[in-house]
Design a protein around this ligand. Structure first.
Ligand code: MG
Length: 383
């Protein structure tokens, strides 16, 4: 974890401004759906998850107030939804006025920036100074188009592109807005006071959705699937339980192992870890570690899901095959799928569990062992 913020949750507030009509987008952008949620939900989510931001204020159009309140509830963070003004700056002023007196540092973020990373938010929160703003270097040559059809070159030295969230001491931001002026962003108003703004490196992925093409650009940041494969085999012995995908199956013989010896879940965990490029379960949950004795393997699977979540990944789909001579697994198949789907946070139809016998061949066919194979597909989470 990066350096912690020097500010307590009660003292830090976030304003997410999304009251614009989205002229260049052809409709209000803040509530355009992306991956099942409005852009403003994605924009607010990093603040809700940061843990050290006490108030998240959504400033939206009057007709969007109800939906904004509902999504605050889904984000599970303290906050409020407010009606914005005719300009972006007026919306910020309304949000500022609504913050509790305990708030002395304010982050202002565009509702149309749904891809802010936790790392960039940390960087901004960790930077000292009364005004902290993320920016990007310009690499393309810049020309100014003149009305007469000619153009002139702009000297790009010292020119940067400015993003949000921008962090300010509350007093300073209130002072910057006291004149009721309008500006493209809050840093511009602070600069007019002659206060130096501290710039930190922004992120290209933290783009502002301005046109429908930008939604496609967002998708490209999250394109690509990862695939992993897992295999496991356990000896069968009398007096042991037989657990598969977290479901206990009545059987005279069960699987031998240090944990509950759930071979299917072990194969699945290795498939997920393999796709994510992480060490296998033998490394993560060593058998010599007594804390894993008789551990429920689907509990370890939940741990694996959380680990890949930390890398920005989630399971998109899982496909398992269990090879067992007897008993028949078929009657328990739906319960097994459902148990895995719950842990993987997937609809049941994205989890497949198949069972077959070994036709009497080899150790598995002779009833001495159970075998399991798994494939897992992972996708990148929006950040
Ligand atoms: Mg195993």
């Amino acid at each position: 974890m990066a350096a912690a913020s020097r500010h307590s949750p009660e003292s830090t507030g976030a304003l997410i401004v999304g009251a614009g009509s989205g002229v260049r987008f052809g409709g209000a952008k803040a509530f355009v759906a992306w991956r099942g949620e409005p852009l403003i939900w994605w924009a607010a989510r990093p603040f809700a998850r940061a843990g050290d931001i006490g108030q998240v204020v959504l400033v939206v159009r009057r007709e969007d107030l109800e939906e904004a309140r509902s999504l605050l509830g889904r984000l599970g963070c303290p906050g409020q939804a407010l009606e914005g003004g005719a300009t972006r700056s007026e919306s910020v002023r309304r949000g500022l006025a609504a913050l509790p007196p305990s708030v002395n540092r304010v982050l202002v973020h565009d509702a149309a920036r749904p891809n802010l990373s936790a790392a960039l938010l940390r960087r901004i929160l960790g930077e000292p100074g009364p005004a902290v703003v993320p920016c990007l270097q310009l690499h393309d040559a810049m020309h100014r188009l003149e009305p007469d059809g000619l153009s002139s070159t702009v000297d790009r030295r010292g020119v940067v592109r400015v993003q949000t969230p921008q962090a300010f001491d509350r007093n300073l931001l209130e002072q910057a807005h006291a004149g009721g002026e309008d500006a493209a962003d809050d840093a511009a108003l602070v600069e007019r006071l002659g206060i130096p703004v501290r710039f930190v490196p922004g992120e290209e992925e933290n783009l502002k959705v301005t046109t429908p093409e930008d939604i496609r650009r967002l998708e490209r940041f999250h394109a690509g699937m990862l695939v992993g494969h897992g295999y496991d085999i356990h000896r069968l012995a009398a007096g042991r339980r037989l657990v598969l995908c977290g479901v206990e199956i009545p059987s005279e013989r069960g699987a031998l192992g240090h944990s509950d010896a759930d071979a299917a879940t072990h194969a699945l965990m290795d498939a997920i870890l393999g796709a994510a490029g992480l060490p296998d379960i033998g490394h993560l949950f060593p058998p010599e570690d007594e804390s894993y004795r008789d551990a429920r393997s689907v509990g370890l699977l939940a741990d694996v899901v959380a680990r890949i979540g930390g890398l920005g990944l989630q399971v998109a789909q899982a496909d398992l095959t269990v090879v067992l001579e007897n008993p028949r697994v078929g009657p328990y198949r739906e319960a097994m799928r459902q148990t895995l789907a719950d842990v993987l946070q997937l609809p049941t139809e994205r989890v497949s569990v198949k069972a077959t016998t070994a036709e009497g061949l080899g150790a598995v066919g002779g009833g001495e062992a159970i075998e399991a194979w798994a494939l897992a597909t992972l996708r990148w989470l929006p950040r």
